[in-house]
Design a protein around this ligand. Structure first.
Ligand code: TYD
Length: 139
């Protein structure tokens, strides 16, 4: 399983750093929604879902966290520790976010508005949706 990590170009000078992200140039989709998580309590794991259509890029703009990506056959843990790096999360990818530092701000750029109907929250349903598990429960 190929993890697609982005390293964005900081426009740095003696004043500090600035990163600009434009849809289709830096981000491979139209950005229809932006949300972020902060003040995440210690030990919390979030996510536990996949999306039918939605694509996302996750950026830890402050602090750090880990993202577990699972395509139904393979799992990869991606640490997000720098404000200039992001990880692409395609549709059909189960994700869990955890190990948030107390100061973590996890920014998410999303290709679609919020739509509960696009979520797959049941892991067995997810496995079936990606063809990793038969209807009868076979692997
Ligand atoms: P939730 O789906 O639990 O976040 P995650 O699974 O990524 O940890 O979302 C928390 C709440 O925020 C839930 O009530 C739905 C709401 N929400 C929105 O209203 N819009 C959004 O874009 C998102 C991502 C969540």
């Amino acid at each position: 399983m190929q993890v697609v990590k982005y390293v964005f170009q900081p426009h740095g000078d003696e004043r500090g750093q600035l990163i600009a992200l434009e849809e289709h140039a830096d981000i491979p989709f139209e950005i229809k929604r932006v949300y972020y998580m902060y003040d995440t309590a210690e030990g919390v794991h979030r996510g536990f879902h996949a999306h039918k259509e939605l694509e996302q890029i996750l950026i830890s703009v402050h602090g750090s966290c880990k993202v577990l990506l699972d395509n139904g056959r393979e799992k990869k843990v991606v640490p997000l520790e720098r404000p200039y790096e992001g990880v692409y999360v395609s549709s059909g990818m189960w994700r869990e976010m955890y190990d948030f530092s107390p100061d973590a701000v996890l920014l998410v750029l999303a290709s679609e508005p919020y739509d509960e109907a696009d979520y797959i929250r049941d892991y067995d349903e997810f496995l079936r949706s990606v063809g990793a598990k038969g209807e009868d429960g076979d692997e």
